[in-house]
Design a protein around this ligand. Structure first.
Ligand code: HEM
Length: 462
């Protein structure tokens, strides 16, 4: 260590360093180190050495290269402007069809009808069915994301088949993809490698000129290099975007459903608020549902609060930055730390999310934790006597210039999916004493941690 640099934690295992302890129980491990080394320290973690900030509200100088990838607002508008003309007579309820098409956010509301095995099952049979909730969420989010970003084929049935084919391959790739992010070489994961090769081929084979409603984001990527020799690179880029758009949205959708099902008061409050707005106050009716605007959704403050609470409880993003020059970091208590050019720095969101000074009983799901009344300040959270904005208190989407560019899409998508499902279906735990599943820690650091085990839910048409 040079003078002024953060303390370097020593570990019993030289290369692996903190990887095993961090992987087992990250929050307590970091808190323990904090009590020994203070708010800023450097650990060794499987070959790299990130400097971690533990204290909240450190003053961070800008030490990153900005890696912008904006999803343009026209993508959002296109969600709502696209007509949905595929009306099928074999759907059980007009309402479901309309509402589901709304949340599938694209002309091809494929999931509503055919391509989702689960939904098709209960849409077509109207029977009570038991489904695996996490599997269901994976399928739903893939359908939404793929059709939203990549558009769809003009022929409805062909489009549904294509989505199904893509999903079957993607799910094999997705299963172990967390290990790739952890830099495990893909040749050690033969099934994942095979699925990736197959998926890239499917991507390379897409005939873009024949598709409808391709999002601007994807169209721009496609247009950047239309030449044949770059098809493979382009396919890889597309795969990364498709992955990023689902890896966290899927578990977030799972967890909000789980918490709402576990907290009847919360579920009731969410649905009552929705029904009331719809009844009284200018919410678009089913007929003009395409006129729905983001500001309409923003009025569902209870639902918004439940989603924020979900993101707080399950979000474990590790925001990593590489110093592009030598820099000094100043903490709120006035101490300075030197960071070398090329060093990695990291902030682990759970440290804030589980901070007892900011959130009372941080382990609990409190559905109205983020609700404020008109006469209250916008945020009631504070640390060291200073107010903490909600956008700072929840860091599941990361922070700063590289904060997730898909965060608004994700929030809208999840809210609409929750409303559509709970409005039209009775959803209950198959086991009334269902316990909260453990987190799958292999996703630690990415965003939202998925459940380690799936749960059965009982679904029937209302
Ligand atoms: C609940 C859902 C989501 C969560 C929790 C989430 C979280 C994150 C986080 C933590 C990052 C890294 C931010 C940082 O470095 O500070 C990120 C990056 C990214 N996310 Fe998301 N994300 C979600 C949904 C989405 C969606 C729906 C899309 C696309 C439509 C998306 C696209 C991306 C992309 C492209 C990046 C890389 C940005 C860059 O490197 O500049 N994400 N996300």
């Amino acid at each position: 260590r040079r003078k002024g640099e953060p303390p370097l934690v020593s570990h019993a295992l030289p290369f692996i360093g903190a990887a095993i302890d961090f992987g087992k129980d990250p929050l307590n491990y970091l808190k323990n180190l904090q009590s020994k080394h203070g708010d800023v320290f450097t650990i060794k973690l499987a070959g790299w050495k990130p400097t971690l900030y533990i204290g909240f509200r450190l003053i961070l100088y800008c030490i990153t290269h900005a890696r912008f990838l904006f999803i343009r607002s026209d993508v959002l508008t296109s969600f709502f402007r696209t007509p949905f003309k595929d009306r099928r007579s074999d759907i059980t309820s007009q309402d479901i069809r309309n509402l589901l098409s709304l949340f599938f956010l694209s002309r091809n509301h494929s999931l509503a009808v055919k391509s989702s095995e689960n939904l098709r099952f209960f849409l077509e049979t109207e029977n009570v069915g038991i489904i695996k909730l996490h599997d269901f969420c994976k399928r739903v989010i893939f359908d939404i994301t793929f059709n939203l970003l990549f558009g769809s084929l003009p022929d409805y049935d062909e489009s549904c088949k294509e989505t199904s084919r893509m999903y079957d391959v993607f799910k094999l790739y997705f299963k172990r993809s967390a290990l790739l992010v952890d830099r495990i070489p893909i040749h050690l994961l033969p099934e994942t490698k095979k699925a990736r090769t197959e998926f890239l081929k499917l991507m390379e084979g897409i005939e873009w000129s024949k598709r409808e409603n391709v999002s601007r984001l994807i169209q721009d990527i496609v247009d950047v290099n239309p030449k044949l020799e770059f098809l493979q690179q382009r396919a890889r880029h597309l795969l990364v975007v498709l992955w990023a758009a689902q890896a966290n949205t899927t578990p977030a959708f799972f967890w909000i459903l789980f918490y709402l099902l576990s907290n009847p008061d919360a579920k009731r409050a969410v649905m009552e608020e929705y029904e009331q707005l719809k009844r009284n106050d200018g919410w678009p009716t089913m007929q003009d549902i395409l006129g729905i605007k983001r500001k309409d959704l923003d009025r569902l403050v209870i639902l918004d609060g439940c989603l924020k609470e979900t993101m707080r409880l399950t979000g474990a993003s590790l925001s990593v930055r590489k110093a592009s020059r030598e820099e000094k970091i100043k903490t709120v208590d006035g101490r300075m730390f030197s960071i070398r050019k090329g060093d990695y720095t990291a902030y682990f969101a759970s440290v804030t999310h589980m901070d007892e000074e900011i959130f009372e009983n941080p382990q609990d799901f409190v559905h109205d934790r983020f609700l404020v009344s008109a006469d209250e300040p916008r945020s009631r959270f504070s640390k060291h006597g200073q107010r903490v904005a909600v956008s700072r208190a929840i860091m599941t989407f990361g922070f700063g210039a590289t904060r997730c560019p898909g965060r608004h899409i994700a929030m809208i998508e999840i809210k609409l999916a929750v409303l559509a499902l709970l409005r039209h279906f009775d959803v209950r735990f198959a086991n009334p004493n269902e316990k909260t599943p453990e987190f799958d820690l292999s996703h630690l650091g990415f965003g939202v941690m998925p459940p380690a085990t799936d749960i059965d839910v009982l679904v029937s048409l209302k």
